[in-house]
Design a protein around this ligand. Structure first.
Ligand code: ACM
Length: 496
Protein backbone atom coordinates (compact mmCIF):
# COMPACT_ATOMS: atom_id res chain seq x y z
CA UNK A 1 0.00 0.00 0.00
CA UNK A 2 2.87 2.38 0.71
CA UNK A 3 4.28 4.88 -1.80
CA UNK A 4 7.20 5.27 -1.92
CA UNK A 5 7.92 1.64 -1.06
CA UNK A 6 10.02 1.28 2.12
CA UNK A 7 13.51 -0.17 1.81
CA UNK A 8 12.64 -3.11 4.09
CA UNK A 9 9.18 -4.18 5.25
CA UNK A 10 8.12 -7.39 6.98
CA UNK A 11 4.36 -7.83 7.30
CA UNK A 12 2.87 -9.83 10.18
CA UNK A 13 -0.66 -10.99 11.02
CA UNK A 14 -2.90 -8.63 12.93
CA UNK A 15 -3.23 -4.90 13.31
CA UNK A 16 -3.26 -2.04 15.76
CA UNK A 17 -5.79 0.78 16.08
CA UNK A 18 -3.94 3.40 18.09
CA UNK A 19 -5.82 5.77 20.35
CA UNK A 20 -3.10 8.28 21.04
CA UNK A 21 0.44 9.48 20.44
CA UNK A 22 3.22 9.43 23.00
CA UNK A 23 6.01 11.89 22.24
CA UNK A 24 9.41 10.93 23.63
CA UNK A 25 12.10 13.56 24.31
CA UNK A 26 13.05 15.47 21.17
CA UNK A 27 10.06 14.28 19.12
CA UNK A 28 7.44 16.94 19.81
CA UNK A 29 7.45 18.56 16.36
CA UNK A 30 6.87 15.28 14.47
CA UNK A 31 4.40 14.11 17.16
CA UNK A 32 2.32 17.28 16.79
CA UNK A 33 2.29 16.85 13.01
CA UNK A 34 1.17 13.23 13.38
CA UNK A 35 -1.57 14.35 15.76
CA UNK A 36 -2.74 16.90 13.19
CA UNK A 37 -2.82 14.26 10.43
CA UNK A 38 -4.55 11.53 12.41
CA UNK A 39 -6.72 13.48 14.84
CA UNK A 40 -5.21 11.38 17.67
CA UNK A 41 -4.49 13.10 21.01
CA UNK A 42 -1.06 13.36 22.58
CA UNK A 43 -1.30 11.06 25.63
CA UNK A 44 0.98 9.87 28.45
CA UNK A 45 0.34 6.07 27.96
CA UNK A 46 -1.99 3.39 26.50
CA UNK A 47 -2.09 1.57 23.14
CA UNK A 48 -0.30 4.39 21.44
CA UNK A 49 2.09 5.33 18.70
CA UNK A 50 5.27 6.11 20.55
CA UNK A 51 7.90 8.36 18.94
CA UNK A 52 11.46 8.04 20.21
CA UNK A 53 14.88 9.30 19.27
CA UNK A 54 17.44 6.55 18.93
CA UNK A 55 21.07 7.20 18.08
CA UNK A 56 22.82 5.22 15.41
CA UNK A 57 20.37 5.49 12.51
CA UNK A 58 21.24 7.37 9.29
CA UNK A 59 20.35 11.03 8.68
CA UNK A 60 16.85 10.27 7.29
CA UNK A 61 16.47 6.69 8.43
CA UNK A 62 13.63 5.45 10.66
CA UNK A 63 12.23 2.21 12.01
CA UNK A 64 8.56 1.43 12.60
CA UNK A 65 7.44 -1.54 14.65
CA UNK A 66 3.69 -2.20 14.86
CA UNK A 67 2.33 -4.90 17.19
CA UNK A 68 -1.33 -5.40 18.20
CA UNK A 69 -0.75 -3.33 21.37
CA UNK A 70 1.27 -0.41 20.07
CA UNK A 71 3.42 1.18 17.38
CA UNK A 72 6.96 2.44 17.88
CA UNK A 73 8.61 4.93 15.54
CA UNK A 74 12.32 5.62 16.05
CA UNK A 75 14.91 7.77 14.28
CA UNK A 76 18.11 9.62 15.14
CA UNK A 77 16.98 12.85 13.55
CA UNK A 78 13.88 14.95 13.11
CA UNK A 79 14.05 14.27 9.35
CA UNK A 80 13.91 10.52 10.04
CA UNK A 81 10.96 10.91 12.39
CA UNK A 82 9.14 13.06 9.83
CA UNK A 83 9.64 10.40 7.14
CA UNK A 84 8.18 7.81 9.52
CA UNK A 85 5.25 10.11 10.33
CA UNK A 86 4.34 10.14 6.62
CA UNK A 87 4.47 6.32 6.56
CA UNK A 88 2.09 6.14 9.53
CA UNK A 89 -0.13 8.77 7.88
CA UNK A 90 -0.50 6.46 4.88
CA UNK A 91 -1.33 3.43 7.08
CA UNK A 92 -3.73 5.18 9.50
CA UNK A 93 -6.29 4.39 10.99
CA UNK A 94 -5.71 0.61 11.17
CA UNK A 95 -1.97 -0.04 11.20
CA UNK A 96 -1.06 -3.54 10.01
CA UNK A 97 1.42 -5.36 12.23
CA UNK A 98 4.81 -4.99 10.60
CA UNK A 99 8.47 -4.06 10.91
CA UNK A 100 9.88 -1.34 8.66
CA UNK A 101 13.45 -0.15 8.43
CA UNK A 102 13.58 2.58 5.85
CA UNK A 103 15.97 5.19 4.45
CA UNK A 104 16.12 7.11 1.18
CA UNK A 105 18.10 6.08 -1.85
CA UNK A 106 18.96 9.72 -2.71
CA UNK A 107 19.40 12.78 -0.48
CA UNK A 108 17.83 15.38 -2.87
CA UNK A 109 14.25 14.50 -3.73
CA UNK A 110 12.82 17.58 -5.32
CA UNK A 111 9.95 19.14 -7.20
CA UNK A 112 10.17 22.44 -9.04
CA UNK A 113 7.04 24.58 -9.12
CA UNK A 114 7.06 27.49 -11.55
CA UNK A 115 5.08 30.30 -9.94
CA UNK A 116 6.50 32.85 -12.41
CA UNK A 117 4.61 31.80 -15.56
CA UNK A 118 1.45 31.49 -13.49
CA UNK A 119 1.11 32.83 -9.98
CA UNK A 120 -0.22 30.22 -7.56
CA UNK A 121 -2.06 31.17 -4.35
CA UNK A 122 -0.27 30.56 -1.05
CA UNK A 123 -3.04 28.21 0.09
CA UNK A 124 -2.13 25.96 -2.83
CA UNK A 125 1.59 26.20 -2.08
CA UNK A 126 0.85 24.93 1.44
CA UNK A 127 -1.30 22.10 0.13
CA UNK A 128 1.40 21.23 -2.40
CA UNK A 129 4.21 21.22 0.18
CA UNK A 130 2.17 18.86 2.32
CA UNK A 131 1.62 16.52 -0.65
CA UNK A 132 5.35 16.55 -1.33
CA UNK A 133 5.97 15.54 2.28
CA UNK A 134 3.43 12.71 1.90
CA UNK A 135 5.67 11.31 -0.85
CA UNK A 136 8.88 11.92 1.13
CA UNK A 137 10.10 14.64 -1.23
CA UNK A 138 12.32 16.99 0.77
CA UNK A 139 12.93 19.89 -1.66
CA UNK A 140 10.49 22.37 -3.16
CA UNK A 141 12.42 24.28 -5.82
CA UNK A 142 10.43 27.48 -6.16
CA UNK A 143 10.97 29.16 -9.54
CA UNK A 144 10.19 32.70 -8.41
CA UNK A 145 11.20 34.86 -11.37
CA UNK A 146 11.11 34.69 -15.14
CA UNK A 147 10.38 36.73 -18.24
CA UNK A 148 6.64 36.59 -17.54
CA UNK A 149 6.60 37.60 -13.88
CA UNK A 150 8.61 38.55 -10.78
CA UNK A 151 6.97 36.99 -7.72
CA UNK A 152 9.02 37.97 -4.63
CA UNK A 153 8.90 41.31 -2.86
CA UNK A 154 12.38 42.89 -2.70
CA UNK A 155 12.98 45.74 -0.25
CA UNK A 156 14.10 49.00 -1.89
CA UNK A 157 13.14 47.81 -5.38
CA UNK A 158 9.37 48.30 -5.40
CA UNK A 159 8.94 48.28 -9.16
CA UNK A 160 9.94 44.60 -9.29
CA UNK A 161 6.52 43.75 -7.90
CA UNK A 162 4.55 46.91 -8.83
CA UNK A 163 5.50 46.45 -12.49
CA UNK A 164 7.31 43.13 -12.82
CA UNK A 165 4.62 41.00 -11.17
CA UNK A 166 1.93 41.84 -13.74
CA UNK A 167 1.50 41.16 -17.42
CA UNK A 168 -1.14 42.37 -19.83
CA UNK A 169 -2.13 38.95 -21.16
CA UNK A 170 -0.77 35.47 -21.79
CA UNK A 171 0.07 33.48 -24.86
CA UNK A 172 -2.29 30.62 -25.65
CA UNK A 173 -0.67 27.47 -26.96
CA UNK A 174 3.01 26.79 -27.56
CA UNK A 175 5.77 29.39 -27.99
CA UNK A 176 5.26 31.32 -31.21
CA UNK A 177 1.54 30.56 -31.50
CA UNK A 178 0.74 34.25 -31.94
CA UNK A 179 -2.53 33.74 -30.02
CA UNK A 180 -3.19 35.64 -26.77
CA UNK A 181 -5.96 35.43 -24.17
CA UNK A 182 -6.42 39.18 -23.51
CA UNK A 183 -6.58 38.51 -19.74
CA UNK A 184 -4.20 40.39 -17.37
CA UNK A 185 -2.34 38.08 -14.99
CA UNK A 186 -0.11 38.53 -11.97
CA UNK A 187 0.60 38.37 -8.27
CA UNK A 188 3.53 38.19 -5.87
CA UNK A 189 4.48 36.98 -2.40
CA UNK A 190 5.67 39.23 0.40
CA UNK A 191 8.83 38.18 2.22
CA UNK A 192 6.72 37.56 5.30
CA UNK A 193 4.39 35.21 3.42
CA UNK A 194 7.36 33.30 2.10
CA UNK A 195 8.92 33.04 5.59
CA UNK A 196 5.67 31.54 6.85
CA UNK A 197 5.71 29.07 3.97
CA UNK A 198 9.33 28.15 4.80
CA UNK A 199 8.30 27.41 8.40
CA UNK A 200 5.27 25.35 7.28
CA UNK A 201 7.52 23.34 4.96
CA UNK A 202 10.24 22.87 7.60
CA UNK A 203 7.68 21.36 10.00
CA UNK A 204 7.16 18.70 7.30
CA UNK A 205 10.82 18.12 6.49
CA UNK A 206 10.64 20.02 3.19
CA UNK A 207 13.22 22.71 2.45
CA UNK A 208 12.45 25.41 -0.07
CA UNK A 209 15.22 26.15 -2.55
CA UNK A 210 14.43 29.52 -4.16
CA UNK A 211 15.42 30.28 -7.73
CA UNK A 212 16.15 33.73 -9.10
CA UNK A 213 16.72 33.05 -12.79
CA UNK A 214 19.78 35.04 -13.98
CA UNK A 215 21.20 36.45 -16.23
CA UNK A 216 18.57 35.42 -18.82
CA UNK A 217 14.84 34.97 -18.24
CA UNK A 218 14.77 38.48 -16.70
CA UNK A 219 12.24 40.37 -18.84
CA UNK A 220 10.04 41.05 -15.79
CA UNK A 221 12.99 42.66 -13.96
CA UNK A 222 13.90 44.67 -17.08
CA UNK A 223 10.30 45.87 -17.37
CA UNK A 224 10.68 47.25 -13.86
CA UNK A 225 14.23 48.62 -14.24
CA UNK A 226 15.32 48.87 -17.90
CA UNK A 227 18.80 50.08 -16.94
CA UNK A 228 19.62 46.57 -15.65
CA UNK A 229 19.75 45.37 -19.24
CA UNK A 230 21.73 46.13 -22.37
CA UNK A 231 19.32 48.62 -23.95
CA UNK A 232 18.24 51.03 -21.16
CA UNK A 233 16.34 53.31 -23.55
CA UNK A 234 14.03 50.53 -24.76
CA UNK A 235 10.86 50.07 -22.68
CA UNK A 236 10.04 46.37 -22.41
CA UNK A 237 6.71 45.24 -20.99
CA UNK A 238 6.63 42.07 -18.90
CA UNK A 239 6.68 39.35 -21.54
CA UNK A 240 3.34 37.94 -22.67
CA UNK A 241 4.86 35.21 -24.83
CA UNK A 242 6.46 31.85 -24.05
CA UNK A 243 9.90 30.88 -25.31
CA UNK A 244 13.37 32.35 -25.01
CA UNK A 245 13.70 36.13 -24.86
CA UNK A 246 16.90 37.79 -26.15
CA UNK A 247 16.69 40.37 -23.34
CA UNK A 248 19.23 39.56 -20.63
CA UNK A 249 21.06 41.42 -17.86
CA UNK A 250 23.85 43.78 -18.84
CA UNK A 251 27.48 43.19 -17.86
CA UNK A 252 27.87 46.29 -15.68
CA UNK A 253 28.08 47.33 -12.04
CA UNK A 254 24.39 48.15 -11.74
CA UNK A 255 23.41 44.63 -12.83
CA UNK A 256 25.87 42.99 -10.40
CA UNK A 257 24.70 45.24 -7.55
CA UNK A 258 21.14 44.17 -8.37
CA UNK A 259 22.10 40.48 -8.29
CA UNK A 260 23.92 40.90 -4.97
CA UNK A 261 21.04 42.80 -3.37
CA UNK A 262 18.36 40.38 -4.55
CA UNK A 263 20.32 37.23 -3.66
CA UNK A 264 21.14 38.69 -0.23
CA UNK A 265 17.47 39.39 0.50
CA UNK A 266 16.43 35.99 -0.84
CA UNK A 267 19.00 34.29 1.40
CA UNK A 268 17.47 36.19 4.31
CA UNK A 269 14.04 34.72 3.59
CA UNK A 270 15.05 31.15 2.72
CA UNK A 271 17.41 29.43 5.20
CA UNK A 272 18.07 26.45 2.88
CA UNK A 273 21.78 25.81 2.26
CA UNK A 274 21.13 26.06 -1.50
CA UNK A 275 20.26 29.01 -3.70
CA UNK A 276 19.40 28.50 -7.38
CA UNK A 277 20.76 31.18 -9.72
CA UNK A 278 19.17 29.94 -12.96
CA UNK A 279 21.65 30.22 -15.81
CA UNK A 280 19.52 28.52 -18.47
CA UNK A 281 18.65 29.68 -21.97
CA UNK A 282 20.68 32.86 -22.04
CA UNK A 283 21.25 34.05 -25.63
CA UNK A 284 24.33 36.26 -25.59
CA UNK A 285 23.47 38.22 -28.77
CA UNK A 286 22.95 41.51 -26.91
CA UNK A 287 26.39 41.14 -25.28
CA UNK A 288 27.99 40.88 -28.75
CA UNK A 289 27.07 44.52 -29.43
CA UNK A 290 27.09 45.96 -25.92
CA UNK A 291 30.10 48.24 -25.18
CA UNK A 292 30.03 47.16 -21.49
CA UNK A 293 30.08 43.48 -22.36
CA UNK A 294 32.70 43.95 -25.06
CA UNK A 295 34.98 45.83 -22.67
CA UNK A 296 34.66 43.16 -19.97
CA UNK A 297 35.22 40.38 -22.50
CA UNK A 298 38.32 42.15 -23.86
CA UNK A 299 39.71 42.63 -20.35
CA UNK A 300 39.20 38.92 -19.64
CA UNK A 301 40.55 37.90 -23.04
CA UNK A 302 37.39 36.04 -24.03
CA UNK A 303 34.62 36.47 -26.58
CA UNK A 304 31.38 38.12 -25.34
CA UNK A 305 29.54 34.78 -25.65
CA UNK A 306 32.03 33.29 -23.20
CA UNK A 307 30.92 35.76 -20.54
CA UNK A 308 28.05 33.44 -19.65
CA UNK A 309 30.04 30.97 -17.49
CA UNK A 310 32.04 33.92 -16.14
CA UNK A 311 28.78 35.66 -15.11
CA UNK A 312 27.59 32.49 -13.37
CA UNK A 313 30.95 32.26 -11.63
CA UNK A 314 30.41 35.78 -10.23
CA UNK A 315 26.94 34.85 -9.04
CA UNK A 316 28.42 31.72 -7.48
CA UNK A 317 30.89 33.90 -5.56
CA UNK A 318 28.10 36.14 -4.26
CA UNK A 319 26.13 33.10 -3.08
CA UNK A 320 29.26 31.63 -1.46
CA UNK A 321 29.82 34.91 0.42
CA UNK A 322 26.26 34.51 1.72
CA UNK A 323 27.29 31.12 3.11
CA UNK A 324 25.18 29.11 0.66
CA UNK A 325 25.79 26.69 -2.18
CA UNK A 326 24.79 27.93 -5.62
CA UNK A 327 22.81 25.69 -7.95
CA UNK A 328 22.43 26.33 -11.69
CA UNK A 329 20.82 24.78 -14.76
CA UNK A 330 23.12 22.79 -17.00
CA UNK A 331 23.53 24.33 -20.44
CA UNK A 332 25.55 23.05 -23.33
CA UNK A 333 28.99 24.49 -22.70
CA UNK A 334 28.79 24.56 -18.92
CA UNK A 335 30.07 21.04 -18.92
CA UNK A 336 33.17 22.40 -20.68
CA UNK A 337 34.66 22.85 -17.24
CA UNK A 338 34.48 26.63 -17.06
CA UNK A 339 32.22 26.70 -14.03
CA UNK A 340 33.45 26.43 -10.44
CA UNK A 341 33.28 22.73 -9.51
CA UNK A 342 31.38 23.65 -6.33
CA UNK A 343 28.40 24.78 -8.40
CA UNK A 344 25.65 22.20 -8.11
CA UNK A 345 24.17 21.41 -11.50
CA UNK A 346 20.49 20.76 -12.25
CA UNK A 347 20.92 18.61 -15.37
CA UNK A 348 17.82 19.33 -17.41
CA UNK A 349 18.85 18.47 -20.96
CA UNK A 350 19.50 14.80 -21.56
CA UNK A 351 20.92 12.39 -18.98
CA UNK A 352 24.31 12.40 -20.76
CA UNK A 353 24.73 16.07 -19.73
CA UNK A 354 24.23 15.04 -16.12
CA UNK A 355 26.79 12.27 -16.44
CA UNK A 356 29.25 14.69 -18.06
CA UNK A 357 28.77 17.21 -15.23
CA UNK A 358 29.53 14.44 -12.70
CA UNK A 359 32.66 13.57 -14.69
CA UNK A 360 33.66 17.27 -14.49
CA UNK A 361 33.47 17.10 -10.71
CA UNK A 362 30.01 18.55 -10.02
CA UNK A 363 27.26 17.41 -7.73
CA UNK A 364 24.23 16.93 -9.90
CA UNK A 365 20.47 16.87 -9.53
CA UNK A 366 19.23 14.66 -12.36
CA UNK A 367 16.27 16.38 -14.00
CA UNK A 368 16.34 15.30 -17.68
CA UNK A 369 13.40 16.84 -19.48
CA UNK A 370 12.42 13.58 -21.17
CA UNK A 371 11.54 11.97 -17.83
CA UNK A 372 11.00 14.76 -15.31
CA UNK A 373 9.27 17.63 -17.15
CA UNK A 374 5.72 17.15 -15.99
CA UNK A 375 4.46 20.01 -18.13
CA UNK A 376 4.79 17.49 -20.98
CA UNK A 377 1.59 15.74 -22.02
CA UNK A 378 1.09 12.42 -20.28
CA UNK A 379 -1.07 10.80 -22.96
CA UNK A 380 -2.35 11.32 -26.49
CA UNK A 381 -5.56 12.82 -25.10
CA UNK A 382 -6.28 16.01 -27.08
CA UNK A 383 -6.98 17.92 -23.84
CA UNK A 384 -3.36 17.48 -22.69
CA UNK A 385 -0.97 20.48 -22.77
CA UNK A 386 0.83 21.47 -25.99
CA UNK A 387 4.19 20.10 -24.84
CA UNK A 388 5.93 17.09 -26.37
CA UNK A 389 7.03 14.37 -26.06
CA UNK A 390 4.41 12.32 -24.25
CA UNK A 391 5.82 11.45 -20.82
CA UNK A 392 3.67 8.75 -19.28
CA UNK A 393 3.49 7.51 -15.72
CA UNK A 394 5.39 4.43 -16.83
CA UNK A 395 8.09 6.55 -18.53
CA UNK A 396 8.66 8.33 -15.23
CA UNK A 397 8.69 5.06 -13.33
CA UNK A 398 11.30 3.60 -15.70
CA UNK A 399 13.61 6.61 -15.30
CA UNK A 400 16.64 5.82 -13.17
CA UNK A 401 18.62 8.85 -11.93
CA UNK A 402 21.64 6.57 -11.39
CA UNK A 403 21.51 4.92 -14.83
CA UNK A 404 24.93 3.96 -16.14
CA UNK A 405 26.23 3.34 -12.62
CA UNK A 406 26.57 7.00 -11.60
CA UNK A 407 27.74 7.41 -8.00
CA UNK A 408 25.58 9.01 -5.31
CA UNK A 409 27.21 12.15 -3.91
CA UNK A 410 27.71 12.27 -0.14
CA UNK A 411 27.30 16.05 -0.26
CA UNK A 412 31.01 16.68 -0.84
CA UNK A 413 32.02 14.18 -3.56
CA UNK A 414 31.10 14.52 -7.26
CA UNK A 415 28.03 12.47 -8.06
CA UNK A 416 24.26 12.44 -8.13
CA UNK A 417 22.66 14.30 -5.23
CA UNK A 418 19.21 13.29 -6.33
CA UNK A 419 16.46 13.96 -8.78
CA UNK A 420 13.54 16.30 -9.21
CA UNK A 421 10.37 16.83 -11.21
CA UNK A 422 9.72 20.09 -13.07
CA UNK A 423 6.24 21.63 -13.08
CA UNK A 424 6.60 24.49 -15.53
CA UNK A 425 3.32 26.36 -15.73
CA UNK A 426 3.15 28.12 -19.10
CA UNK A 427 0.10 25.98 -19.85
CA UNK A 428 -1.05 25.38 -16.28
CA UNK A 429 -2.85 28.54 -15.13
CA UNK A 430 -4.56 27.10 -12.03
CA UNK A 431 -3.89 24.70 -9.14
CA UNK A 432 -6.27 22.23 -10.83
CA UNK A 433 -4.00 22.15 -13.87
CA UNK A 434 -0.94 21.62 -11.65
CA UNK A 435 -2.66 18.78 -9.77
CA UNK A 436 -3.41 17.11 -13.08
CA UNK A 437 0.19 17.38 -14.27
CA UNK A 438 1.63 16.35 -10.92
CA UNK A 439 -0.38 13.29 -9.99
CA UNK A 440 0.18 10.43 -10.26
CA UNK A 441 3.51 11.04 -12.04
CA UNK A 442 5.01 12.47 -8.83
CA UNK A 443 4.20 9.17 -7.11
CA UNK A 444 6.42 7.37 -9.63
CA UNK A 445 9.31 9.82 -9.24
CA UNK A 446 9.00 9.68 -5.44
CA UNK A 447 9.57 5.97 -5.65
CA UNK A 448 12.64 6.40 -7.88
CA UNK A 449 14.08 8.97 -5.49
CA UNK A 450 13.35 7.16 -2.22
CA UNK A 451 13.02 3.41 -2.79
CA UNK A 452 15.68 0.85 -3.65
CA UNK A 453 15.69 -0.30 -7.28
CA UNK A 454 12.37 -1.45 -8.50
CA UNK A 455 10.31 -4.57 -8.06
CA UNK A 456 8.66 -3.69 -11.32
CA UNK A 457 5.95 -1.47 -12.69
CA UNK A 458 3.12 -3.95 -11.97
CA UNK A 459 3.98 -3.92 -8.26
CA UNK A 460 3.97 -0.11 -8.29
CA UNK A 461 0.60 0.05 -10.12
CA UNK A 462 -0.93 -2.28 -7.59
CA UNK A 463 0.14 -0.10 -4.66
CA UNK A 464 -0.80 3.04 -6.59
CA UNK A 465 -4.47 2.00 -6.83
CA UNK A 466 -4.93 2.33 -3.07
CA UNK A 467 -2.71 5.40 -2.95
CA UNK A 468 -4.92 7.17 -5.49
CA UNK A 469 -7.90 6.75 -3.11
CA UNK A 470 -5.76 8.44 -0.48
CA UNK A 471 -4.89 11.29 -2.86
CA UNK A 472 -8.53 11.67 -3.84
CA UNK A 473 -9.52 11.93 -0.17
CA UNK A 474 -6.89 14.64 0.28
CA UNK A 475 -8.22 16.60 -2.72
CA UNK A 476 -4.91 16.16 -4.53
CA UNK A 477 -6.51 14.93 -7.74
CA UNK A 478 -8.54 17.27 -9.95
CA UNK A 479 -12.25 17.02 -9.27
CA UNK A 480 -13.18 17.26 -12.93
CA UNK A 481 -11.47 16.57 -16.20
CA UNK A 482 -8.87 19.28 -16.75
CA UNK A 483 -8.35 20.72 -20.22
CA UNK A 484 -5.37 22.78 -21.32
CA UNK A 485 -5.92 25.82 -23.51
CA UNK A 486 -4.02 25.66 -26.77
CA UNK A 487 -3.90 21.89 -26.56
CA UNK A 488 -2.69 20.08 -29.63
CA UNK A 489 -5.77 18.84 -31.41
CA UNK A 490 -5.85 15.46 -33.12
CA UNK A 491 -4.85 17.29 -36.28
CA UNK A 492 -1.70 18.49 -34.54
CA UNK A 493 -2.84 22.12 -34.77
CA UNK A 494 -3.31 24.33 -31.74
CA UNK A 495 -6.85 25.10 -30.73
CA UNK A 496 -7.25 28.37 -28.78
C1 ACM B 1 14.76 25.05 -18.63
O1 ACM B 1 13.89 24.24 -19.01
N1 ACM B 1 14.99 26.14 -19.33
C2 ACM B 1 15.53 24.83 -17.43
Amino acid sequence: MLIPRPARLIRRAGSCVPTGILAGPGTHGPARLLAAYTGLPLVPDGPVIRLARKPGLGPEEYTLEVTPGRALLTASTEAGLLAGVQTIRQLHPRLPCLTIRDAPRLPWRGVLLDVARHFMPLSFLREFVDLLALHKFNVLHLHLTDDQGWRIEIGGRPRLTEVGAWRAESMVGPAGSGVFDGVPHGGFYTQRELRDLVAFAAERGVRIVPEIDLPGHVRAALAAYPSLGNRPSVALPVWTEWGISPDILGVHDEAFAFCRDVLTQVAGVFPAPYLHIGGDECPTTQWETSPDAQATAAALGVRPAELHPWFLGRLHDIVAELGRRAVCWDETGHAAGRLPAELIVTAWRDPAHGALAVARGHQVVMAPHTSTYFDYRQSEDPGEPPREPVTTLEDVYRFDPLAGGLPVSDGTTPGVLGTQAQLWTEHAPTPEHVRHLAFPRLCALAERAWSPPSRGYADFRQRLAGHLDRLRALGALPKERVRFAGALGVSGKTVP
